[in-house]
Design a protein around this ligand. Structure first.
Ligand code: ATP
Length: 454
């Protein structure tokens, strides 16, 4: 593999590639767009699906102690009162009196976070928009939950919220899942679903948007064992990012300083990625004690506890929560895989995505648009597409076709040439090394499977 330098990739290059090749489009473009909203195109949905599937296989399918759930998006608002979100899912908001732009106070240069999460902004801080100094209002709490109304009457009694995280579904269904799936501690409930936050300062493409998808696990453990499980999930989650092909030097742990922890939290570690705009969060892993279950027990009056058959006691489990963002994972996959290298035609842009994650696994390319080459190529395509997403392309010269596939991260190009008609073999070109292997047609599927599924 060639040595890649971090500075070859910029957010602008990724945004342009995503638009040009159909990964991500600005939403509602024909109406002038909609700030910080994006639509996922044909390649974007495939990439997302591969990430979801990989996460699910790792976190649910390959384990005996985790089961899945899909909770309603719009549900009883009492859930959000009990969870504390109605009262305190807030970010500190300041407004510049000069230009009236609004910012998250804790993101301003020099801002400090004191006990209880209060934010102090230095008096002479310049506004990031207009540059005027000392014009900020006092920070006020801004609730980030989107509100809506259920039914035909818009009044307080019909208010519902869009969920800002997926976790509460797992807590309110704790007893349903535990008894029906017959799980003993420790065990987990996993969910992949959309979340919604009315972010004050969205931005950096799909890094921070108001609608995004989360992949979350609530892992319930015996009180007293939470530290070892926290250490376990911290490492397991880091290993997962390595398994989907992210380079080690672009990943790190960041432990939240104790003073900044939520009062119920025994520890929070973020897995951070080195984005072009600096290190930033990718996933949060939190040791949440029994905070969530206890609040729902108190508010609902229901028994959300676990009956321990050994001690014959009801216990309220503690929870360790790894919470990942699907959109951010997509972004780091593209950033990490993006490469440019000089070649005989100028500059080759290549996405070095892991074969298991790449949206298109192989392209079938007849060397010339002529029968019977095209018929043989179409046959191969028809066979392979039962198992994988593969493309057939017979337009343009072969070099251009390779470049198109390189740019979307297709790991293998299968070329059908005139010799193929006699020797019943094809040439398989490797995206990264550009090495070419002659492979008998009868062995092609097994050859690809070995490389894609390992
Ligand atoms: P941040 O500090 O970046 O606002 P957070 O600590 O509020 O994130 P969590 O509540 O821990 O985030 O959510 C878990 C994960 O969900 C984040 O690590 C991120 O990957 C994803 N996520 C959270 N908010 C957004 C958003 N607005 N847009 C895209 N992804 C998000």
């Amino acid at each position: 593999m060639t040595i890649r330098e971090q500075h070859t990739v910029t957010m602008d290059k990724i945004v342009a590639l995503c638009k040009r090749r159909g990964f991500v489009f600005p939403s509602a473009e024909i109406y002038g767009g909609f700030a910080n909203a994006y639509d996922f195109g044909p390649l974007g949905v495939e990439l997302k699906r591969n990430v979801r599937d990989h996460w699910w296989r790792t976190m649910v399918q390959s384990r005996d102690d985790v089961v899945g759930l899909e909770g309603a998006i719009i549900t009883n608002p009492r859930v959000w009162v009990a969870s504390g979100h109605v009262g305190s899912f807030t970010d500190p908001l300041v407004e510049c009196r000069n230009c009236h732009n609004r910012f998250r106070a804790d993101n301003l240069p020099g801002a400090t976070i004191g006990d209880g999460g209060t934010v102090a902004v230095p008096p002479d801080t310049p506004c990031p928009h207009c540059g005027q100094r000392g014009q900020f209002t006092e920070p006020r709490d801004f609730n980030m939950m989107f509100k809506t109304f259920v039914g035909v009457v818009e009044e307080e009694a019909t208010v519902a919220y869009l969920p800002p995280e997926t976790a509460q579904s797992m807590f309110i269904n704790f007893a349903n899942v535990q008894t029906t799936a017959r799980k003993k501690l420790p065990f987990g409930i996993a969910q992949i679903r959309k979340s919604f936050r009315n972010e004050i300062t969205p931005g950096n493409f799909i890094f921070r948007t108001r609608e995004f998808e989360q992949m979350e696990l609530e892992y319930f453990v015996r009180p007293g064992t939470e530290d070892e499980w926290f250490a376990y999930w911290r490492q397991a989650r880091m290993d997962w990012y390595r398994a989907i092909g992210i380079r080690a030097e672009n990943l790190r742990f960041y432990d939240t300083p104790t003073a900044e922890l939520a009062h119920y939290s025994k520890g929070t570690t973020d897995i951070q990625y080195r984005y072009p705009f600096g290190w930033g969060e990718l996933e949060g892993i939190a040791s949440r004690g029994d905070y969530d279950l206890r609040h729902h027990i108190e508010a609902s009056g229901e028994q959300l506890s676990y009956f321990d058959e050994e001690t014959r006691e009801h216990i309220v489990p503690y929870v360790v929560e790894p919470a990942a963002g699907l959109d951010r994972t997509l972004l780091i996959l593209l950033l990490d895989a993006y490469d440019e290298e000089p070649d005989n035609q100028g500059l080759r842009t290549v996405l070095r995505l892991a074969p298991a994650i790449a949206p298109v696994k192989a392209a079938i390319l007849p060397l010339a648009k002529k029968e019977p080459l095209t018929a043989l190529a179409r046959d191969l395509h028809a066979g392979l597409k039962r198992r994988y997403l593969v493309q057939y392309d017979d337009t343009g010269n072969i070099g251009r076709r390779y470049r198109r596939q390189d740019e979307i991260g297709t790991p293998f190009c299968v070329t059908v040439d005139f010799d193929s008609l006699d020797d019943h073999a094809v040439t398989v070109r490797d995206r990264d090394s550009m090495a070419q292997d002659r492979v008998p047609i009868a062995e092609l599927e097994a050859f690809l499977r070995e490389k894609i599924e390992g």
